[in-house]
Ligand binder design. Structure first.
Ligand code: S3P
Ligand code: PEP
Length: 425
């Protein structure tokens, strides 16, 4: 896929459903009693991996376009799958499902693609084991494939070293089945979609500061879920609108949960003209239309508690910082190294190849903006966020930018290139 300098992007766009909320709607719907009707579901490859895992455990899940109907089996109704569960490219599927599987009355093996088999799983194996789970890394390298034998669990109070919604959710899901209360404290608050949806499905979840606590319910009860647009996908259009002179884009019905809206704060800190319209709430999740107008940007520092609120947007923010005046510093973002690719290394290498002034640091990068960028061939490393980041960056660079492995956008945003084209590129 090739990109050249774009004329202004103008118009309206509706972003596909939030990936985190789509995963959870299927998982929680599967272990709830009754029917869960999901609208604006994200039919990206990651969420389809979650669907296929639960279908393999006997759950009837019907997909019609972006509407999904899950016939829940109740907390104790999953069946032992015949084969190994395949989590594909999805860290969220692997880590969250492990919390549920740890408490079932069967054994199971789960794995995923080459990237998933390199991502750290000790971070969930350790707390789940403390709860009484039997979970091992088959190659003894702390990664998938994982073997899980369902056990009787007991609640713990776990203090996580990392602010990660996947760790927190995995433990809270195991906590649904554990004897006594389960509490997770993290250094900074991470996305709280599990807490919101579990409560919406009838669970007793309490949160205070960076601590979430769950007491085991008798059952969860299925409900209607309207999935908001994914702010992590909207990020590419927010950035494109700010970076391409003359652009004006209205991004409809996007999730703006305060644990996810770090990109809006950072853009505003950089001088962006962004307005929120039609603020609303869908299934307990705040939403808004986001109006973005081209703006002249300046550098900023991104560190500490805001990092988990924009973790998946950092590649796009780093590229955007190349078009801002002055220095942008990204710190406390070592988690980027253990995503689908090492996103610090990949961003620094590719931005440097395009002519940017970027320095890699241990837990982030320093970007000195203002240099013109030129197109190069970008290896996406099959990382969807990297492919989309450089598609947008290519629209602002001199010459041609070619993305290798461009189809990997299907993981989180199957219609991405078409949507970009619709706005005038
Ligand atoms: O819980 C979730 O849905 C997610 C949490 C984040 O991962 P970590 O919890 O590993 O930070 C994020 O990067 C991922 O895209 C989705
Ligand atoms: C890191 C991501 O997802 P996951 O951890 O679910 O693979 C992502 O979507 O950027």
């Amino acid at each position: 896929m090739k990109f050249t300098k774009a004329s202004p992007l103008k118009g309206e766009i509706t972003i596909p459903g939030d990936k985190s909320i789509s995963h959870r709607s299927v998982m929680f719907g599967s272990i709830a009693k009754g029917t869960t009707e999901i609208s604006h579901f994200l039919s990206g490859a990651d969420c389809l991996s979650t669907i296929s895992c639960f279908q393999s455990m006997g759950v009837s899940i019907d997909i019609k376009g972006d509407s999904v109907i899950v016939e829940g089996k109740g907390l104790r109704g999953l069946k032992k799958p015949v084969d190994t569960l395949d989590c594909g490219n999805s860290g969220t599927t692997t880590r969250l499902i492990s919390g549920i599987l740890a408490a079932q009355n069967f054994d199971v093996t789960l794995t995923g693609d080459d990237s998933i088999q390199k991502r750290p799983m000790k971070r969930i194996m350790e707390p789940l084991s403390l709860m009484g789970a039997q979970i091992t890394s088959i190659k003894d390298n702390g990664c998938a494939p994982l073997s899980i034998s369902g056990k009787k669990l007991h609640g713990i109070h776990y203090t996580s070293q990392v602010a990660s919604a996947q760790i927190k959710s995995s433990i809270l899901l195991a906590g649904l089945y554990a004897e006594g209360e389960t509490t997770v404290t993290e250094p900074y608050i991470s996305r709280n979609h599990s807490e919101i949806m579990l409560k919406y499905f009838g669970a007793d979840v309490k949160t205070e500061g960076t601590t979430a606590c769950i007491a085991p319910p008798k059952e969860l009860y299925g409900n209607k879920i309207k999935v908001p647009g994914d702010i992590s996908s909207a990020a590419f259009f927010i950035a494109a609108g700010l970076m391409i002179p003359g652009s004006e884009i209205l991004i409809r019905n996007t999730g703006i949960n305060p644990t996810r809206d770090g990109i809006l704060s950072v853009c505003r800190d950089m001088g962006a003209n962004i307005t929120l319209l039609n603020e609303n709430t869908d299934s307990g999740e705040p939403t808004a239309d986001i109006l973005v107008k081209y703006s002249s940007l300046h550098g900023t520092t991104i560190e500490g508690s805001i990092i988990p609120r924009l973790i998946d947007e950092l590649p796009m923010i780093a590229a955007m910082a190349c078009f801002a005046e002055g220095e942008t510093v990204i710190k406390d973002a070592a988690e980027l190294k253990v995503k689908e690719s090492n996103r610090i290394e990949v961003m620094v290498q590719n931005l440097t190849a395009m002519g940017a002034d970027v320095t890699e640091t241990e837990d982030g990068m320093i970007i000195r903006g203002g240099r013109p960028l030129h197109g190069v061939v970008i290896d996406s490393k099959l990382d969807h966020r990297i492919a989309m980041t450089f598609a947008v960056t290519g629209l602002c660079a001199e010459g041609e930018t070619e993305i290798l492995g461009a189809d990997c956008v299907n993981i989180s945003y199957p219609g991405f290139y078409k949507d970009l084209e619709k706005l005038g590129h």
